[in-house]
Design a protein around this ligand. Structure first.
Ligand SMILES: [Zn+2]
Length: 471
């Protein structure tokens, strides 16, 4: 239990029963296994749980004296809340830097800035990043934090406190780097930790924050940063630690050609072969990017059950390449979407990634390469699979947790578009009429209700200025 009480984070403060919420008259894309959709239907939420989804008017239901909120949702589309499978929240404080660089150039420019991070700076930028993510339809997000400056304080705790404030379902991963430049890695020596420090802090983070319950709002993962910033020894021991604790494993992999060349020179194999040789593939592992894969690599990921966080905007922003999503999905690899860190995706819109995923797949593979529904599937049930939460979130079905986005499609930008799913995926970002996380209202009428947006913006601006200006 932490001093600030995050371990008790339930998403519903005060244990007050939130009552019933009834969405009426909306189009619904359930994203269930058979792709059920309704042109006009209802969703009933009781506390943190969906208790009914169907066409037409809601059936009579027993309110048991609970407070009932009816929402006239005509003109809207209800979808599962979007699931973000790769992010670095702290990067909200360093957006717009090295704007035209490759990944390795960009990292080299930003490592010295990130070396100034501490908990007091991470807290406001993480809150701002999470607040914006919620406004783009996200109800569950991971975070990959891998920078822990020696005098930085409880940086991971700052991200947990931010998620608690904004109210998103949170999967922070304890990241790490132990391969500094003097040992052949990319990061400068002053931003890496020792293996012993990393493993002890990772164990501590799991003990302090991880909640494995089915309705958990907070699950911790283990996430050494990348093949060019961590040692093989750390990868092996981190995987052993994660598997002992029963938590998931994550890292960056096969993001750029530079990384491909690094692995070929240093290890004599592809990035996927390298991870495989260290026992790092399996159905408890998800990999960010997976852009540069050959057919054998894709087969290896499929056979091992390893899943992928596809980050199309970041890959395009850094000119890294285009992930072979069609080939991955056809091979049976589970794929979710991620915004990636905000310093390589200034938009950081999860709905934006849905559009981008559809468009880049088609740019590379033709118009059949990804349908609008396939793209929305990646961002919802796909992401839930990737985070190990498919039994609980990712689709609108009876007895799943009430993580729901209600998009308004009857304003200037969308009114008249024939297919609501096409309107959502290919059109502009619509106003978010309502965002429920675990049955709790987080966004309403396109405004965040759990925090003051202007205060989030000014807090993030001050922290960004401090990061940029300090010597
Ligand atoms: Zn990343």
């Amino acid at each position: 239990m932490s001093d600030s009480g995050e371990a008790a984070y339930s998403g519903n403060p005060g244990n007050a029963r939130p009552g019933l919420i009834v969405l009426e008259g909306c189009a619904i894309a359930t994203m269930d296994e058979s792709g059920t959709e309704f042109s006009a239907g209802h969703v009933i939420v009781d506390g943190s749980t969906i208790v009914a989804v169907g066409p037409g008017n809601p059936p009579d239901f027993d309110t048991l004296g609970a407070e009932v909120r009816r929402v006239d949702a005509r003109g809207c589309l209800a979808t599962p809340g979007l699931v973000n499978t790769h992010h670095h929240l702290y990067q909200w404080g360093t957006r717009g830097m090295a704007a035209d660089a490759t990944l390795f150039e960009w990292l080299t420019a930003l490592y010295p800035v990130w070396a100034r991070l501490d908990a007091s700076l991470v807290r406001p930028v993480a809150s701002a990043a999470l607040g914006w993510l919620a406004k783009t339809g996200c109800t569950a997000t991971m975070d990959h934090h891998y920078l822990f400056p020696r005098s930085g304080g409880d940086v991971l705790g700052a991200t947990v406190a931010a998620a608690c404030e904004i109210g998103l379902r949170f999967h922070p991963t304890r990241g790490s780097m132990d391969l500094g430049a003097s040992a052949g890695g990319l990061p400068p020596d002053d931003v890496v930790e020792t293996r012993d420090e990393i493993l002890a802090a990772t164990q501590e983070a799991i003990e302090e924050y991880h909640d494995g319950a089915p309705d958990s709002m907070l699950r911790v993962g283990v996430a050494p940063c990348s093949p060019f910033s961590v040692t093989a020894e750390l990868l092996v021991e981190a995987a052993e630690l994660a598997r002992r604790a029963g938590v998931r494993l994550h890292t960056h992999l096969a993001e750029t050609k530079d990384e491909d060349e690094y692995c070929a020179e240093r290890f004599g194999c592809t990035p996927v072969e390298y991870l495989d040789s260290l026992g790092w593939l399996g159905d408890d592992v998800w990999l960010a990017h997976a852009v540069h894969l050959n057919d054998a690599d894709i087969g290896t990921l499929a056979q091992s059950g390893t899943s992928v966080a596809h980050c199309p905007s970041s890959n395009a922003r850094l000119g890294a390449g285009i992930c072979r999503t069609r080939a991955l999905v056809d091979a049976g690899v589970l794929v979710g979407l991620g915004v990636d860190g905000s310093a390589s995706n200034e938009e950081s819109s999860l709905l934006g990634e849905v559009r981008q995923a559809a468009l880049v797949a088609r740019a590379a593979g033709g118009p059949q390469a990804m349908s609008v529904r396939d793209a929305l599937r990646l961002a919802t049930i796909g992401g839930a699979w990737v985070l190990g939460r498919a039994a609980e979130i990712g689709s609108l079905e009876k007895f799943k947790l009430a993580d729901i986005a209600l998009w308004r499609l009857d304003t200037l930008a969308h009114a008249g578009i024939a297919d609501p799913v096409a309107a959502l995926v290919l059109g502009a970002r619509p106003p978010l009429e309502l965002l429920l996380v675990n049955g709790r209202v987080v966004v309403e009428r396109d405004r965040l209700v759990t925090a003051d947006e202007d205060q989030l913006a000014s807090g993030a601006a001050a922290a960004s200025a401090a990061l940029a200006d300090q010597p």
